[in-house]
Design a binder for this molecule. Structure first.
Ligand code: CP
Ligand code: NVA
Length: 312
């Protein structure tokens, strides 16, 4: 059986720590680790647009000694009847792992069910676990640890990033506070699951409609677009609801003095975050984007090691 990363809670706290430790080693020694040399190939499929995910996987797989096979789904048979399960079974005969960005989590589950190699979620409507590995790596870089650190996420609390902050943050022992408007709440099942994980790791989960309450004393502030991929048509109405949660210098000043600001990018400057904040002294967004590369190299190495290889 292959291990997959379909959502953030597929990793136990100990596994998440092991993976982040490996990512730090790969960041320090970028070209000295080539477990995919041969080369082994990795398929990276996109049903949605991407810059960071696409390039960081392509570069990362090459740096691991492997061969990235990037597939835009418009060029496949998915739209004309080939099932995702059949495609995953076929791809498994060619490649060592399958990475996929898609819409519903059910689509990714179908790929995982058909695959006989590890499957990685490169963003779905529900979760963005690769991004969270990079975010946690950035928190370690800025604060030396994740456990006990308070992170406040503002804005669209019903989207993939909010769900991933809940699950991955709780797994990391963080105090995760979410602030957003009514009508954009996270999936209650994800909140419950995050609470259960936090009870074991010493973290906590708090939901509030009050942005000021969420950011008070926080060491990490995070936000994301108010209009995720696929939601473009209802942008105007969303804008009105989210405006009180714009990450501006006033909210940054209300956080802890050493606060770092995260945004997975792409940013909509002047909407969820102001220029002053994203370009300001607390912003860690470029380190965060770079960390996608190191985190995903660690993830692929680690998943393949679960199948009997060695990554050390
Ligand atoms: N953060 C992120 O996933 O960016 P892309 O959509 O450009 O891949
Ligand atoms: N929530 C955003 C994240 C982009 C990386 C989206 O799904 O579009």
């Amino acid at each position: 059986m292959s291990r997959h990363l379909l959502r953030d809670d597929d990793l136990s706290p100990a596994e998440q720590t092991e993976l982040l430790d490996l990512a730090e080693r790969l960041r320090a020694d970028r070209h000295g680790h080539r477990p995919l040399a041969g080369p082994a190939s990795v398929a990276v499929l996109f049903d949605k647009p991407s810059l960071r995910t696409r390039v960081s996987f392509e570069v990362g797989i090459a740096e691991l000694g492997g061969n990235p096979v990037i597939i835009d789904s418009q060029g496949t048979h998915f739209g004309r009847g080939e099932t995702l399960g059949d495609a995953a079974a076929v791809l498994s005969r060619y490649v060592t792992a399958i990475v996929m960005r898609t819409f519903g989590d059910d689509r990714l589950a179908e790929v995982a069910a058909g695959a006989s190699v590890p499957v990685v979620n490169a963003l779905t409507d529900g979760f963005h676990p690769c991004q969270l590995l990079a975010d946690l790596l950035t928190v370690r870089q800025r604060h030396g640890a994740t456990a006990g650190v308070t992170l406040a996420y503002l804005g669209d609390t019903g989207n993939n990033m909010a769900h991933s902050y809940l699950l991955a943050g709780a797994t990391a022992g963080m105090h995760v506070r979410l602030a957003g408007p009514a009508g954009f709440a996270p999936d209650p099942a994800v909140v419950t699951r995050a609470g259960q994980i936090a009870a074991r790791t010493g973290g906590s989960v708090t939901l509030t409609p009050d942005a000021g309450e969420a950011v008070a004393g926080a060491q990490v502030l995070a936000t994301d677009t108010w209009t995720s991929m696929g939601q473009e048509s209802d942008g105007r109405e969303r804008h009105r609801a989210f405006l009180p949660y714009q990450l501006d210098t006033k909210l940054v000043a209300a956080a802890g003095p050493e606060v770092c600001v995260l945004h997975c990018l792409p940013a909509h400057r002047g909407e969820e975050i102001t220029d002053e904040v994203i370009d300001g002294p607390h912003s860690a967004v470029l380190d965060q984007a770079e960390n996608r590369l190191h985190a995903q190299k660690a993830l692929l190495s680690w998943l393949l090691a679960q199948r009997g290889g060695a990554y050390r």
